[in-house]
Design a protein around this ligand. Structure first.
Ligand code: IPE
Ligand code: IPE
Ligand code: MG
Ligand code: MG
Ligand code: MG
Length: 331
């Protein structure tokens, strides 16, 4: 009799553990344990984000329909979802879990998509193709495209600050992460980089200015996503410093590879116009250093980035794998 009861208890205890594990450690944790690749981790994360987007975006049919349609058009057109996956991966690296930071991760993708819509405008890079489709202004007109970008940025801040869906995160962490994100985006962040990018078109530039452009226009948002994941999951000061250095390295590497793909990439795979930088005589790494040296620099940055994660255990493997993907990618 006693034995039967004990067996039942073990069974119940096992079920509780199992359920807890399924809830707290969704598929990607299992994926890593079984050593699957970065691309599998990314496609898993992309699925989560895509589901999150439909939950958090105002319905495409909401009045006024034109703006909501334009917002959905670019957001749902695809994209690698790297920035939101980085929010989730950084959270996991410090012991958090993905569902807890999902609204914030979706907000990061809204912000990124806003930067793309504006980047493609005739007044900026004047591109026709994005995520395999005509650019937002080509379909909805310039005025609506500008407003769709503005609205996505604003929607992101609604999502980051409403706290719903992030009940397990202390409010002061949400506040700190939101401040972090805003700081990365303004005139002393991403916008600053875009301004110098535009002002440098057709001019000879030095290495310092080029590095500024790339770190600010692209690196800042990438680093902010990583830092926000850490902040939301209560990273220690030392962990946050390491995540920052990691993010700074891969952020720059990401834009160097973007420059390279603009020359040697496959337009179909990339889903955006190639040769666009050459046409506008943009300040790029290949223009200053050549293709081989640019690739070498990006690879070196990724090697260095991984060294910044020394203090983390295997829960930081997704970050390490994503960093490797950053230089190996062809899209
Ligand atoms: C493109 O970013 C813009 C840059 C900052 C270089 P991505 O290459 O991440 O674009 P999507 O999100 O996959 O479309
Ligand atoms: C874009 O850099 C940076 C931002 C959107 C802030 P690029 O102009 O090189 O990006 P692509 O090549 O158009 O995607
Ligand atoms: Mg640009
Ligand atoms: Mg561009
Ligand atoms: Mg580019």
């Amino acid at each position: 009799m006693t034995r039967t009861i004990r067996v039942d208890w073990w069974w119940i205890y096992g079920r509780i553990l199992l359920n807890k594990q399924c809830y707290r450690k969704p598929n990607n944790y299992l994926i890593l344990l079984s050593g699957l690749s970065a691309s599998q981790y990314l496609s898993e994360g992309k699925k989560l984000i895509d589901e999150g987007i439909s939950d958090f975006l105002p319905n495409g049919k909401s009045y006024p329909e034109s703006i909501h349609e334009a917002m959905s058009y670019s957001l749902l057109a695809g994209g690698k979802r790297l920035r939101p996956v980085l929010v989730m991966a950084a959270s996991e690296a410090v012991g958090g879990d993905r569902p807890a930071v999902l609204p914030f991760a979706v907000a990061a993708e809204m912000i990124h998509t806003y930067t793309l819509i504006h980047d493609d405008l005739p007044a900026l890079d004047n591109d026709d193709l994005r995520r395999g489709k005509p650019t937002n202004h080509k379909v909805f007109g310039e005025a609506t495209a500008i407003l769709a970008g503005d609205a996505l940025l604003t929607q992101a801040f609604i999502l980051m600050t409403r706290a719903a869906g992030m009940e397990s995160i202390p409010i002061d962490c949400i506040l700190k992460a939101t401040h972090e994100m805003a700081s990365a985006l303004g005139s002393t962040g991403m916008i600053g980089g875009q301004v110098v990018d535009l002002e440098s078109e057709g001019k000879p530039i030095n290495a310092e200015t080029l590095e500024y452009i790339h770190i600010y226009k692209t690196g800042f948002l990438i680093r902010a996503c990583i830092r926000c994941g850490g902040i939301l999951s209560q990273a220690t000061e030392s962990q946050l410093n390491s995540l920052s250095r990691f993010g700074a390295h891969i952020g720059l590497a990401f834009q160097i590879i973007d420059d390279i793909l603009d020359i040697i990439g496959d337009q179909e795979k990339l889903g955006k116009d190639i040769g666009s930088d050459l046409t506008k005589d943009k300040a790029t790494y290949p223009a200053l250093y050549g293709l081989d040296e640019s690739k070498r620099k990006a690879e070196e940055l990724v090697v260095e980035s991984i060294k910044c994660l020394k203090e983390f255990d295997n829960r930081a493997d997704p970050l390490r794998e994503i960093a490797r993907f950053f230089v190996q990618r062809t899209f």
